[in-house]
Design a protein around this ligand. Structure first.
Ligand code: ATP
Length: 255
């Protein structure tokens, strides 16, 4: 059974079909790319998958459960985590607090324990801090734990967003242009990191990206959207050589 099955998923904005009849099947452990020109519907697809938008039509099935109509916090609770194209950190909180906030929903102490500050509460807080630092270390951000998020360079903010998404303990992680604004060296190490977190955390990853070396280097399969529709899907080699994709997106120079 596919981990994520998307059938005939559509979303219209006052007549504009942003996503149209999208079919997609992703198996556990896969690393999948979603590419296409600007305005093709990629971010809208992510917003549908995470409950930000209600589909106009179609179904989303995740781990055998229908996800249509669930609000974002419930989708996240079921194990779909994401990052955003426009970084959405809490700018005026520290790097550590940005991760702690995400981790909070997974620690088991009840409200009364929290209100009364019983020993279980402190154990919970300690555990959150320890785990959050662990995530920061993975992304080489542990030495920045006490800095304000807004003071980090752009590439580090992007890594912090991924760390925060991981702290929600997803089984499916959606990354929206993780390499945007990164230099080639940062992009290369991000590519290795994405592979590593997939293996280390048993993740399935779907990523939107315009950086073709990253997509082609890291993804096992790729879906290509154009005007909201899938125009091709396949391995990086199949996609690179697909005339429709070359015409709509990649351009002749990539052949
Ligand atoms: N909330 C909205 N209201 C109206 N139109 C929208 C909304 N969100 C997206 N659109 C439109 O839907 C289409 C798809 O947009 P979307 O952002 O999903 O594309 P994209 O493939 O992610 O593009 P990019 O690569 O530039 O991020 C575009 O024409 C966009 O203007």
């Amino acid at each position: 059974m596919a981990l994520l099955k998307v059938e005939k998923l559509s979303k219209s904005f006052s007549g504009l079909k942003a996503v149209s009849n999208l079919d997609m099947e992703i198996n556990k452990g896969e690393l999948i790319g979603l590419i296409g020109p600007n305005g093709a519907g990629k971010t809208t697809a992510f917003n549908l998958l995470t409950g930000v938008y209600l589909p106009t039509d179609g179904t989303i099935t995740f781990q055998g459960r229908k996800m249509n109509g669930l609000p974002p916090y419930k989708v996240s609770g079921h194990g779909i985590g994401r990052t955003f194209q426009n970084i959405r950190l809490f700018d005026d909180l520290t790097v550590l607090d940005n991760v702690k906030i995400a981790y909070h929903q997974h620690v088991s102490y009840n409200t009364l324990t929290g209100i009364l500050r019983l020993p279980g509460y402190f154990k919970g807080e300690e555990e959150i801090e320890e785990q959050s630092l662990k995530y920061l270390k993975i992304f080489d951000l542990d030495t920045k734990a006490d800095e304000l998020a807004k003071n980090l360079p752009y590439g580090q903010q992007r890594r912090l967003e991924i760390a925060r998404a991981l702290a929600t303990k997803p089984s499916l992680l959606l990354l929206d242009e993780p390499a945007a604004g990164m230099n080639p060296q940062e992009t290369h190490s991000l590519m290795e990191l994405i592979r590593w977190i997939r293996d280390e955390f048993n993740l399935t990853i779907l990523l939107i990206e315009h950086d073709m070396p990253l997509v082609m280097g890291v993804c096992e399969r790729i879906y290509v959207l154009d005007y909201g529709m899938v125009i091709a899907s396949g391995t990086p080699d199949e996609i690179k050589n697909n005339p429709k994709v070359i015409e709509a997106y990649l351009g002749e120079e990539t052949i």
